[in-house]
Design a protein around this ligand. Structure first.
Ligand SMILES: Cc1ncc(COP(=O)(O)O)c(C=O)c1O
Length: 390
């Protein structure tokens, strides 16, 4: 076969590191073992029935044709309305465009802001696809680490210190996966100041905004940031629609025009019947409040069950649908800990450092399991820690 492009073969270079515990758990499940998975962020229940019914009706009504590159007008109106709520400033329909989920939005944003050979700053710990998304645009990146001591929030001076002559963009995520940090206004003002003074794009992944207990601040709303901030939104987590592939980008109208060109050559627009269902889901906030309450309850159950376990603490309890657990007082070798936890207690968690080196000595657990399983998981972890010798 002819040689594939570097662009494609370079995408995930080395990115599978840190997934060994998860892959082992998957093998154990395949061979019939009863492993409790607290690792992956996909809901343990289906999309709200109202959204499913809206999709069925849209199919019955014949909405099976091409749409437009920006998205159908009803959906853009609904997205603009939700964006206004999320960003905290008016967002007109000219400033939104549909994409196939948040990941597609990240990809498009990177394609639209950096040239091959440019440099991007990724705030880390970070969502696993970020490095590959930057590489796919032919750019290089530097990870700027946030420390647990600072609540995993970035420091402006660290970002500034990582800037190179070819730096074009900073990529942030608030509320954050995996750390659950919800960046404060002060933190974001610091990031904004660096971006403005160095003329950088800010790509702001806000796909978890609705799970922030109303603490979310969007950097797009800060003075001087509107025209340089590209916000990534998604219905995956907020509306329990991971498999539907529906998201959107918020940006200036000129950039929306560029993104239309990107949709033209990439997806040729979003599926019509899914667009109709998404419109209804956004207009009626199907599942949104329930989901936020559910994760708050689940988080409380896990936290209360784990309480009193020596050497273990949970950081950032308000953002997203995960917990980052600090086990540094038990051991710095989280990998050994996690493998033994899997073997002895049949409990699978993610290693913090699979999301970036500054999360070493931490574990990420997902709250995408029913309450009784989370209680069981917390009890297994508690029992394991109390007998652990590193
Ligand atoms: C921080 C973050 N951004 C983006 C995504 C991509 O989500 P989707 O493409 O389903 O919208 C995820 C998914 O887990 C995520 O955690």
């Amino acid at each position: 076969m002819p040689i594939p492009s570097h662009r494609i073969t370079n995408i995930s270079e080395g990115d599978q590191e840190g997934w060994e515990v998860y892959l082992k758990a998957v093998d154990m499940i395949r061979s019939g073992e009863d492993v409790l998975m607290l690792s992956i962020g996909d809901h343990d229940f289906s999309t709200p029935v109202e959204t499913i019914n809206a999709a069925k009706k849209a199919l019955d009504d014949g909405h099976t044709k091409y749409t437009t590159m920006q998205g159908i007008p009803e959906l853009l109106t609904a997205m603009a309305k939700v964006s206004t709520q999320a960003i905290g400033m008016p967002v007109p329909t000219e400033e939104v465009i549909t994409v196939q989920g948040g990941q597609s939005g990240l990809y498009a944003a990177m394609q639209a802001t950096v040239n091959p050979g440019d440099h991007v700053i990724i705030i880390s710990p970070h969502y696993v696809t970020y490095p590959g998304t930057v590489r796919s645009a032919g750019a290089t990146f530097t990870l700027v680490s946030c420390l647990p001591e600072n609540g995993f929030e970035p420091k402006a001076e660290d970002i500034e210190a990582a800037i190179q002559p070819n730096t074009k963009a900073v990529l942030i995520n608030t509320p954050n996966n995996p750390t659950c940090a919800i960046y404060s206004r002060e933190t974001l003002e610091g990031v904004a100041d660096v971006c403005i003074r160095n003329d950088l794009w800010l790509i702001s992944d806000e796909v978890y905004w609705s799970l922030s207990n109303n603490m979310h601040v969007s950097p797009r709303s800060l003075p001087g940031m509107k025209d340089r901030t590209i916000v990534i939104m998604s219905m995956s987590k907020s509306h329990v629609m991971t498999g539907w592939r529906m998201g959107w980008i918020i940006a200036e109208p000129e950039m929306i025009h560029n993104f239309m060109q990107h949709n033209l050559v990439n997806s040729y627009g979003i599926s019509d019947f899914i667009s109709r269902a998404a419109t209804e889901a956004l207009n009626n906030a199907y599942g949104v409040g329930e989901l936020s309450d559910l994760f708050t309850r689940r988080g409380a159950t896990f936290r209360e069950t784990l309480a009193g376990t020596n050497g273990v603490s949970i950081l950032n309890e308000d953002g997203a649908m995960y917990f980052m657990i600090d086990i540094r007082d038990v051991t710095m070798d989280a990998e050994k800990f996690a493998f033994e936890l899997l073997e002895k207690e049949k409990l699978c968690v993610m290693l913090g450092d699979s999301f970036g080196p500054s999360a070493a000595g931490h574990l990420r657990i997902s709250l995408c399991q029913p309450e009784e399983k989370l209680r069981d998981g917390a009890n297994r972890l508690k029992r394991f820690v109390s007998n652990y010798s590193s």
